[in-house]
Write a protein that binds this ligand. Structure first.
Ligand SMILES: C[S@@+](CC[C@H](N)C(=O)[O-])C[C@H]1O[C@@H](n2cnc3c(N)ncnc32)[C@H](O)[C@@H]1O
Length: 165
């Protein structure tokens, strides 16, 4: 996904990537029964070692597609630790792909306010995992935001566009 974003958006932007590089935290009840069952089934076909990709794998992929000259900052660690203290400047695009309630909420709380008016927030797991869906609804409600969830393209990618008021 990182390589694809860099390919499409080009080299005249700064990129910030946040990941523990050690897989998903433990799902909680708020994440829904499907999430709990998925994480409990360690031999399931979509388990992929609890969605783990190493930083080395990430760097090799970026190098493989020739994007090493892009300005890119890697924020390694749990979102709780990295997101609040990160310095990104204004964001044109925020893509949230942390699956669970807490992970999604931490990213929304810390990063959505940095998205410029007219900017886009893609929420990969909205409508897939209950926890992510709930976090989006809770965030929008608590902050009294009027953005609606839109869908884009053949795969109906969920996103919202930041409004001025
Ligand atoms: C479904 S994978 C998506 C990975 C990547 N965005 C992609 O499209 O290939 C979810 C990723 O979120 C990371 N993640 C989830 N919750 C996290 C948290 N609280 N702190 C740090 N990383 C987290 C996991 O390590 C995992 O790499």
């Amino acid at each position: 996904m990182a390589a694809g974003l860099m390919e499409i958006l080009g080299s005249d932007r700064c990129y910030h990537f946040f990941d523990s590089f050690s897989g998903l935290p433990e799902a909680r009840v708020i994440d829904g029964e499907a999430a709990l069952l998925w994480q409990a089934n360690k031999s399931g076909p979509t388990y992929f070692e609890n969605c783990t990709a190493s930083e080395d794998e990430f760097r090799k992929t970026i190098a493989f597609v020739g994007k090493t000259s892009h300005a890119c900052t890697i924020h390694r660690g749990l979102f709780n630790d990295t997101v609040p203290k990160s310095e990104t400047g204004a964001l044109a695009l925020l893509r949230v792909d942390g699956d669970w309630y807490d992970s999604t909420m931490t990213c929304l709380e810390g990063l959505l306010p940095r998205v410029a008016i007219g900017g886009v927030v893609i929420i990969d797991d909205y409508g897939t995992w209950d926890g992510c869906t709930r976090a989006v609804h809770d965030y929008l409600a608590v902050h009294k935001r009027a953005e609606s969830i839109e869908r884009y393209g053949r795969s109906a990618v969920p996103y919202l566009r930041i409004r001025g008021t």
